[in-house]
Write a protein that binds this ligand. Structure first.
Ligand SMILES: C=CC1=C(C)c2cc3[nH]c(cc4nc(cc5[nH]c(cc1n2)c(C)c5CCC(=O)O)C(CCC(=O)O)=C4C)c(C)c3C=C
Ligand SMILES: [Fe+2]
Ligand SMILES: [Fe+2]
Length: 353
């Protein structure tokens, strides 16, 4: 008797529904998301989904939605769209965050294949916009992933980033008839190889050994209230800065923590990067470098805000030399670190080949 091509169906009756040929493990990395285009409607769709997320803005709907739909979403898509246009990857017609995420995943695919062969499938999704978490989870399950490791690509935990990405993952699992076993990878803000990769990126910016007067670690901000309500993001950012400073061996007053991208009228985590760099210039710190450890990939907040607005504020206040240190993106050291986190969180599910 000849075996059917799919050996998992060897003893199944003829009308048995399709079964994927091999049970696999899925690794699903997630980032924030990005608009599909810079036009008004693409921007409005993206910002509308993002800013309606209660983990991001926790104001009750009856108060927030009229303000969001009638005022913010009639203006911000134009200003944000113009900002995105200045950094857009025109060749691929996508934002840098999308291009870099694809590059990271292409390298992670190679790394996973070398570690685990064909048993592990890796892909990415976005919390807002495309590809949606639901669509990629559906595809993974269809492809036979009976276990999925979900990995939000944020070094630091925040309700507004990691938790909402996890919510979307669990929501996507709710729709599966055959639900896979699921794990979530934790934040990695203090892992030695993450700190080492950051340190190497700083040292690479100064190959001649010259150093800036101050290294500013500028993290994405959030309302101060979220910290007071128990979000650990602020503390994790402070610890990343301290570990980076200790690894570099620089004095305390030469490595600062600041927060950027303030939105709305509420007080956000301080000091604000844009004000802080201007103060540094006024104090006579003429050469500064800015690094952005909370982002795993360069995006609008780094390429436009830091390299544009924040650099301008520094120069306007008398600063002379502003060095932007890129995010870890698809650097080999970053990919090795991400692979390390993945391998650790796959323990008990699969061993190296
Ligand atoms: C309004 C509240 C916001 C909170 C809280 C917030 C937290 C937060 N965000 C990131 C990472 C990213 N944010 C990005 C863009 C972005 N963020 C907000 C608002 C909040 N973020 C807005 C309105 C936008 C859109 C850009 C704009 O219109 O100005 C991005 C970049 C996306 C891209 O396409 O490039 C990232 C990444 C973190 C880590 C964080 C943590 C507290
Ligand atoms: Fe943000
Ligand atoms: Fe803190």
């Amino acid at each position: 008797m000849t075996m059917p091509a799919n050996s998992r169906l060897a003893h199944a009756p003829a009308d048995h529904p399709k079964v994927p040929p091999q049970a696999k493990i899925g690794v699903l990395v997630a980032n924030l998301g990005t608009p599909d285009g810079t036009d008004y409607w693409s921007m409005r769709r993206y910002l509308g989904e993002f800013l309606s997320d209660k983990r991001v803005i926790d104001i009750p709907n009856w108060k927030w939605q009229p303000l969001l739909q009638l005022i913010i979403l009639s203006k911000r898509p134009f200003t944000s769209g113009a900002n995105y246009k200045t950094i857009w990857n025109n060749e691929a017609d996508e934002s840098p965050l999308m291009t870099i995420t694809k590059q990271q995943v292409a390298k992670l695919k190679q790394s996973m294949a070398a570690l685990f062969g064909e048993a592990v499938e890796i892909d990415f999704c976005m919390r807002y916009g495309n590809p949606s978490t639901q669509s990629v989870v559906d595809r993974m399950v269809k492809n036979g992933c009976e276990k999925i490791l979900f990995f939000p690509l944020y070094p630091h935990y925040a309700g507004a980033t990691s938790a909402t990405a996890n919510d979307a993952f669990f929501k996507a699992l709710m729709k599966q008839k055959r639900q896979p076993a699921a794990r979530v990878a934790p934040e990695y803000f203090d892992r030695p190889n993450y700190i080492e990769a950051l340190a190497q990126s700083v040292l690479k910016a100064y190959p001649d050994g010259a150093q800036p007067d101050v290294l500013v670690c500028s993290y994405h901000g959030m309302p101060k209230r979220y910290l007071m309500e128990g979000d650990p993001y602020h503390c994790q950012c402070q610890k990343t800065t301290r570990l980076l400073r200790e690894r570099l061996g620089w004095e305390k007053d030469r490595v600062h923590t600041t927060f950027q991208s303030v939105f709305g009228r509420e007080e956000w985590l301080k000091p604000y990067t844009v004000e802080h760099v201007a103060e540094l210039a006024k104090e006579g710190k003429k050469r500064i470098a800015v690094i952005s450890p909370a982002f795993s990939a360069d995006c609008i907040e780094t390429l436009e805000e830091i390299k544009g607005e924040i650099c301008e504020a520094f120069e306007h206040a008398g600063g002379e030399s502003f060095t932007y240190i890129p995010c870890l993106n698809d650097d080999d050291a970053h990919i090795a670190l991400l692979s390390e986190v993945i391998e650790e969180n796959l323990q008990g599910w699969i061993n190296r080949i």
